[in-house]
Structure formats: structure tokens, C-alpha cells
Design a protein. Sequence first.
Length: 225
Amino acid sequence: MKRTRVGRREELLRIYDLLNGHFGDLHWWPADSPFEVMIGAILTQNTAWTNVEKAVIALKGQGLLTPEALRRVAEATLAETIRPSGCYRSKARKLKALIAFFFAEYGGRMDAMCREPLPTLREKLLAVWGIGAETADSILLYACQKPVFVSDAYTRRILLRHGLITAEMSVDRIRELFMTQLPHDAALFNQYHALIVEAGKTLCRKIPRCGACPLSSLLQGGIPA
DNA sequence: GGCCAGGACACCA
DNA sequence: TGGTGTCATGGC
């Protein structure tokens, strides 16, 4: 039977089980601390993760990956440090905006920020310059362990390639779908998004139409090569 | 040498 | 309100 849309909780859970059985626990997000996750969420905007890692290493090397250090550092210095991640001047400005918000609202403390109720924190994050829905949701889920499904262009592309959604379904609508169909479990949403990204990277890399790629085989119950 | 990567914003019609 | 341009590096 051809899958033209995801409309059922059972289908989403079936896909999750297939991917989870194949990849196992992926332990996202790769970072040493929730604060590093939050910074990485900005750096990864429209950027391959390998380039984000270079910027993170550079920040650590200069002792800048702490709230206080990022608050004090000059924006131009910050921009040069994160240059490998691309769009470095705008990202430096975004990081400065985020850090200013972080200190103004929560005194530069992740535990204080993450105690904020989910709807309030999401609204506040979205009001920060440079933070859109995808970045906000990544921070909420991966830094604060809030039960939010991270729906991004990558998720949409993978689901679309495999006929799991239709083209008119937006990134926002996909998030709504997962949030209404699945239990609000941060661990589930964490692993599910990670599985989708990992599947796209490893099973259908560089295949524009994945009709016959290993991920398709997996989703149809076969064993990927 | 072009395309894309774990986006968001500004600008314009 | 929706489409397009811009930011910008590095890997493939």
C-alpha cells in the first residue's frame, strides 16, 4: 500500500520502531552541556554539523564557551572565532542577542531558564532576534528536555522523499502532527528527530529521489544494505 | 566549480 | 502575505 501521508499515531510509532531498531540510541545532542547545546543551535543554522564542530572547538579553545565569557567578548572577536560555521557576522550578532536575553531573564543560568514553563519559554525564545521556530524548539528539547518535536527543513525533506507526508505540509504542520499524534515525551521526541536526521544522512545521502534507497527498504520492512 | 548544509531576517511588490 | 536576496564557510 502506498503511503501518501502520515495520519496515524500507529504509522508514526511504526516508523520510530523501525529506525530505532536499526540505529539504536543516538544520544543527541552532541555537546558537553545544555549551554553548549543552546550555542550550537545558533551555529548550526543552515550549516553542516562538521563546520559547527570547528566553531565549537574554537570557542572552547579561547575559553569563550561560557555564559560570562560570551557576554564579555567583543562581537567582532566572537565573529572571527566562529568563522568556520559560516554566516559568522550574523551568527555572532545572534549569539550576542541570545546571551543578552539569557542574562536579562535568567541571570545567565540554564537551570533557571529551563524551569520556565514550556509555552512561556518558547514564546520568549521566539522573541529573541535570530531565533526562529526550529532553533527555539532545538533549545527547548535538547538543552531543556522539554517535550517538543523539532521539525525542520531536513525532517520535512526526508519525510517528503519517502512519501510520508505530502508537499503542501509545512514544517509547522509537521510539528503539530507529531505533537498531536505522539505522547509528549521529551526522550521520544529527542530520539525521533535524531533518528530522522541520522537516517537521512546515512541511508539516503545524495539520493534526490529515495524510491529505492536503503531507507525506503527499511521503512518497507526490508533490511538496508 | 556548483550545490548544499540540523535558518532567520530584511526587503519588496 | 508570500517570494526573493543575503549572510558565508567548507565538504563533496
